[in-house]
Design a protein around this ligand. Sequence first.
Ligand SMILES: [Zn+2]
Length: 260
Amino acid sequence: MKNAFPAKTRLLAALLIAALLLCLLCGCDAKPAPSGSAAPAQSGGAQTDAPVTDPPASRTEPVATEPPAVTTTEPAPPDESWKLLLVNAEHPLPEGYSVELKALRNGHYVDERIYPELQQMFDDARAVGIYPLINESFRTGERQQQIMDKYIASYEASGLSHDAAVRKAREIVALPGTSEHQLGLALDIIAEFDADSTATWNWLRDNCWRYGFILRYPADKVEITGISYEPWHFRYVGVPAAQEITEQGLALEEYVERLG
Ligand SMILES: [Zn+2]
């Protein structure tokens, strides 16, 4: 009896059966791996072992926190010696002293550097019902001479000799070149709207240091200043000096001498 399948086909079938038997014996599973299962070690091991969350070594090195060295040169502090310039009978105005003036109301002028604090002082005074008015401010040497001449003429008219009138006038008026008013840092202040300036002078005496001013000729310093008590005359010296002078009860002459 002749086989219905050719010999070649029989051989292939025999090989297929043999391979299937081998598979069953070794237990291998031909099903695909379920999705989400662990990746095969040979393909994923290198990636999962890599320290991906660690920063590269170069980024863990300390970063310099020191600020960069400043190479620019510091500007010199401004010269503030003008604030403590002493002008009196023994210390005349420096030769050629000049000042930039700021025009105020009523034809008055002051050193423009003191204007902001002067304005603040007047604003704060008005806020508490005190109304100061500037009566005298910057004077030129010529103006100082005119004032001196007026006093001399007045004393002569009252019967004094010329020499006696000059001596008397010099007790009250500073010689040209020796008045603080020529600095633009001194002000004579009275009360606006009121003949009695006492409340204004008291407020200024107590508060002017906050704005850099001092009562320049106190009653208890006549021997030192050589000027009789002038409750109306205030001088700018800057806040630090004004505070110290006021707290320690000094005349400007004493303060300047202590500084050397
Ligand atoms: Zn004065």
